[in-house]
Design a protein around this ligand. Structure first.
Ligand code: ITT
Length: 192
């Protein structure tokens, strides 16, 4: 079975392939010549993920899933949350986003945060949602060059290395996306 992963983020795609590709072949909108950016301006991760998936379902009639992810920082009342990609500016620049986060948290001792991923699947016209959460702490400085986005600042609970200092396989084992994608993978296996 083929399924569209509604993303233009190559990091997300390779993380998802490590988990899902044994069940189904993942294809992207770009593989189908669809290059327009799909709006992500709803107030929740759930609505954004559903919108992306529905947009491609309506356009192609194919089975599709989308992931929307946010970094939710306790002391910032859940920000940047749904605004994680465009926290510092419309450019979606990870370096600038991390600098803004460090500035907002300057002098604040509560550094608790979590990544939350919501995956919306549309399979044969029916909608299913899967969630994954990893809890951790925002460091005072960047550490590591792996991963993407806010990974160099995020220390998962129980770990001494950030998500940018561990291998991609290890990140998949503990991460928000890994958890949500395994739920999706199990679901796809169960209906085969
Ligand atoms: P698509 O919508 O095309 O899938 P995107 O990069 O816009 O890609 P999201 O809106 O889901 O993806 O993600 C919002 C931002 O959250 C993303 O740009 C990163 O800065 C950050 N992010 C998402 N997943 C992350 C992860 O696993 N580690 C670190 N940061 C992450």
């Amino acid at each position: 079975m083929e399924i569209i992963f509604a993303t233009s983020n190559r990091h997300k795609l390779s993380e998802a392939k490590g988990i899902i590709e044994t069940e189904v072949l993942l294809i992207t909108p770009a593989d189908l010549g669809i290059t327009e950016s799909i709006p992500e301006d709803a107030p929740t991760l759930e609505e954004n993920a559903l919108f992306k998936a529905r947009y491609l379902w309506e356009k192609t009639g194919r089975n599709v899933f989308a992931d929307d992810t946010g970094l939710e920082v306790e002391a910032l009342n859940g920000a940047p949350g749904v605004m994680s990609a465009r926290y510092a500016s419309e450019e979606c620049d990870a370096g600038k986003n991390m600098q803004k986060l460090l500035k907002e948290l300057k002098g604040i001792s509560n550094r608790k945060a979590r990544f939350r991923t919501v995956v919306a699947l549309i399979l044969n016209g029916e909608t299913h949602l899967f969630e994954g959460i990893v809890k951790g702490t925002i460091l005072e400085d960047l550490s590591g060059t792996g991963g993407f986005g806010y990974d160099p600042l995020f220390l998962p609970d129980g770990y001494t290395k950030t998500l940018a200092e561990i291998s991609y396989e290890e990140k998949n084992l503990i991460s928000h996306r890994g958890i949500a994608m395994r739920k999706l993978s199990e679901f796809l296996k169960s209906i085969k």
